[in-house]
Ligand binder design. Structure first.
Ligand code: GRF
Length: 202
């Protein structure tokens, strides 16, 4: 399966995916990395893995729709079948979501539906929960709300800071993202996509 990764952070999830592909644990190729921050560290990692990258700087676009239209075009030109959001910190519009309907995954650093949004780790600490984690889910227009594909639980320890907890969650993200991509893309291939919205209830 041909993947397009959208990331604008450190790229550790990109690297976990690339490593799983190299180790033949995930039958896929990353055709293109899309990033939106000129300084994003993920670009150094894609260069090392020989993955082409394309910058789409949101500041240079009039609105979210124009940005997403340009991204969809680049992804389609690269022959991308599944879009993998790995630290893409922008809200995506129906333009992207409809172009790759039920074929966009995101990873979020909490056990959804708890702690949606971009302060998930802080909010878990503030709430005093003893277990949090990470979630791979399908992307739908409502943020952090699509069908849950896979989750991992992570303990919150008494002395945790945002950084220590974030690091522990990251390790689990790297464990679950590659198999979640394999599972979701295979399910789609077998034309089970119509069943995906019900999977988490079974
Ligand atoms: C991860 O914590 C993920 O949950 C969130 O963005 C972060 C990306 O980290 N959506 P990295 O760039 O893959 O290291």
């Amino acid at each position: 399966v041909k993947l397009g990764v959208m990331a604008s952070g450190s790229g550790s999830n990109f690297e976990a995916i690339a490593q799983a592909i190299a180790d033949r644990q995930l039958n896929a190729q990353v055709e293109l990395l899309i990033y939106n921050n000129p300084g994003a560290k993920v670009v150094e990692r894609t260069a090392r893995w020989g993955v082409p990258s394309a910058l789409f700087n949101h500041r240079e676009f009039e609105n979210r729709e124009d940005l997403d239209r340009a991204i969809v075009q680049a992804l389609q030109q690269a022959g991308v079948e599944w879009v993998i959001m790995a630290g893409w910190m922008r809200i995506v519009t129906p333009i992207l979501i409809c172009a790759f309907e039920n074929r966009i995954l995101n990873i979020h650093p909490s056990l959804l539906p708890s702690f949606k949004g971009n302060r998930a780790v802080e909010q878990a600490l503030e709430a005093g929960v003893k277990i949090t984690g990470c979630t791979v889910h399908l992307v739908v227009p409502e943020v952090d709300s699509g069908t849950i594909i896979m989750q991992a639980a992570v303990p919150v320890l008494p002395d945790d800071t945002v950084e220590t907890l974030q690091n522990r969650i990251h390790l689990q993200e790297h464990q679950i993202y590659p198999p979640a991509i394999g599972f979701a893309s295979q399910a789609f291939r077998k034309k089970l996509d119509s069943e995906l919205p019900n999977l988490h209830r079974k």
